[in-house]
Write a protein of this length. Structure first.
Lengths: 419, 419
């Protein structure tokens, strides 16, 4: 299949230009002045912009079912009284319906790939494949420092990794939950599993001060140092949050080629007490990417909104309006995310995956259009026109096939859970 | 003219229910189970929610022309090198075109009334009237502590107040800019003008620490105390920002029935160094309202986004997830704003102005819909279906009459300014 987008504005973290974009199969083949020929799909780019699809590097997609169920509460009360009781009732079909809704929401707001951590990976992968998205799916586990529990979980995770290999555009991952729920032995085993199955690792790290301090009290050294000793820090790791790292820890993680996922909305809503040290990360060349976290703590999966929060939270926290400028916010949401997932995407360049978003620029909030990257980060509400993933048009003129049914099914699943 | 909205969800800061909303002329006449009769307009509310229109209590509407022109810069450099040189070139027609674009953007994102401070009030008022909006328009002035300049400005402002009386749904106001640009004499004269013309006052207050400290150094007392001495603090005043007030100043302003306009996005983007002490304001019963500030420092006029920023910034800054909950965020953006403007709006109740917004709930980010107020504050991107102002439908199914031309004219005006 071939797609030609004619005469659009083309914007990625490296350029802002105008021209055509030509796609063959699942790749961008040509950008600029493309000779007319016969193409399966031709899209008029007049008054539109082509940008790389946004990449959400930390979420728990199916948690959209809990959206708005409990807000404005202290973290532990929220988890223990509201979220965990619901999660205990989750069946594979809930997760399938929830993940489809999440995919729909992401496509509508210009996200083409995401990094998920949840349970029932086959249900997740089936939803992802049906929606035509790209995703890294990790099989979440907790051992709660119990050897037997660890053993059972590792068996399940290994089976999950094998199952995930069967799905299209799915990147398998191991999902040890966090330092306070998984033993060092479990983390070491996760790193080994990831290596053996050529998988990624999705992990929560340094989200709260208590987590960092308790680890040090229990283990006599910093969590980052301990992770390095067991070979956990490497290019396979995507560590979410990371708001409580020291400069030397940031440098070590950069050396080890770790990627981190920044989740500013969730961090603000759940009051983790600090924010990313983006300047130190930039200096160390640590790969910073962007995530929404689950909808229960956001409460949406809108990466455009997340870019704005990321840029403004840096400025506010460090009292410097020049920090994390619009171009950098766009970069962490696109090409850096692709790097974390190990896919050649995030730029509108020949040879890159055709994971693209087309924005209609005829919107009041995108007018007059002095600077398209600034408009994308600070002004748009994230409404997208057309979304192409892996070379296929998954949304056209704002409509995804079967969207009403997906919303209805998810609503039924959510009502079933709280009944 | 009469409008009947049938069988919708009805949500305001005081209730969440279902039923019909019946409008006659510019007022809501009945809410609940309305008997069918003959109505000029009947709107099917199935799968939709009716909410009060949002009220933006601090903006400089025409500055949408500068959207994205300069970002991520230190405040003074941004003003002196970028914004002020452009503002010097502004002609009445630029302001008219810019304000129309701003009105269009506000209507599209569910704002029905706003509080503006800018120049050329007749151009602003003409745009507001043509767009069918409600606005408080203040004639901005600076005297820079120069008596002659003050005299000239007061004459112009008085003329402006008279002119503004001729426009429909326009509330006239005096707009002394800020404590660091207007003398106490100018502020006292503003209070007198406002009283004489039954007008409001729109003012920037306590936006930065420097402003507060310099005033005290120069005048030997706090700005709030000085304002009280000259009779400036009263129910006519809407003071924007107010992030550097002490608890006793907050109490005094509450006693004097002042309204304040919180602008979290602008405060974060421009790095004012602190945020609102919402808890103290709530305790004192100070009327807190919400504003976007101008698009040059936001960069949009989306009040849904602003509610989310307001709620999350409180939580983050004070490290307490229970602060400024969704219902309170909705309240400051609706009924509190109406109180500041002195209009009976902001609730979906009989006798209130028919300034209403209809949201289509069949959106992924509003599914499953456990809590509509939480969804409105934390999840929606602000896309609205239908907007009614003063009993008239100004947007239907997301379309405002003449919107393409408004965008084109504003774009031309913006290009003319930077050429």
């Amino acid at each position: 299949m071939s797609v030609l987008i004619k005469k659009a504005k083309i914007v990625d973290a490296g350029k802002a230009t105008e021209g055509d974009v030509y796609i063959e199969g699942n790749r961008i083949v040509d950008v600029g002045d493309v000779k007319n020929g016969k193409h399966d799909v031709v899209i008029d780019g007049k008054g539109k912009a082509v940008i790389p699809g946004l990449i959400n590097t930390h979420t728990h997609a199916a948690m959209v079912l809990f959206r708005g169920y409990a807000d404005d509460m202290p973290l532990m009360e929220w988890l223990q009284e509201k979220i965990w009781p619901l999660e205990k009732k989750l069946k594979p079909d809930h997760i399938y319906c929830g993940t489809k809704l999440a995919c729909l929401e992401m496509i509508k707001s210009g996200t083409t790939a995401f990094n998920d951590m949840y349970f029932e990976v086959e249900s997740i992968a089936r939803a992802v494949e049906e929606m035509g998205m790209r995703a890294c799916i990790s099989s979440a586990f907790f051992d709660f420092f119990d050897e037997q529990r660890l053993e059972e979980n590792l068996k399940r995770v290994e089976e999950d990794l094998k199952k995930l290999k069967n799905f299209k555009n799915v990147i398998p991952a191991v999902g040890p939950h966090a330092p306070y729920t998984v033993s060092l032995k479990g983390l070491k085993a996760s790193a080994e599993l990831a290596r053996n199955y050529d998988a990624l690792i999705h992990f929560h790290l340094a989200e709260t001060k208590e987590e960092i301090e308790e680890f040090r009290k229990k283990n006599g050294r910093s969590i980052v140092k301990a992770l390095d000793e067991i070979g956990f820090l490497n290019r396979r790791l995507i560590a979410a949050h990371c708001v409580w790292l020291s400069e030397s820890e940031i440098e070590l993680m950069a050396e080890r080629k770790v990627s981190i996922s920044h989740c500013p909305v969730s961090n603000m809503k759940l009051c983790v007490g600090s924010t990313l040290d983006y300047s130190a990360m930039k200096k160390s060349k640590l790969n910073v990417t962007l995530g929404t976290d689950g909808a229960a703590s956001n409460n949406n999966l809108n990466m455009f909104e997340e870019m704005k929060f990321a840029a403004l939270l840096q400025k506010y926290h460090y009292n410097d309006p020049t920090l994390l400028n619009a171009k950098e916010a766009f970069e962490i949401a696109t090409v850096n995310g692709a790097k974390a997932l190990g896919v050649k995407a995030g730029l509108v360049e020949p040879g890159y995956l055709a994971d693209l978003v087309i924005l209609d620029l005829k919107k009041p909030c995108l007018t007059p259009g002095h600077n398209l990257i600034a408009d994308i980060v600070y002004s748009t509400n994230g409404t997208c026109d057309t979304v192409i993933i892996d070379g296929k048009v998954v949304m056209e003129n704002g409509i995804v096939e079967g969207e009403e049914e997906i919303m209805e099914d998810a609503q039924k699943a959510a009502l079933d859970l709280i009944s």
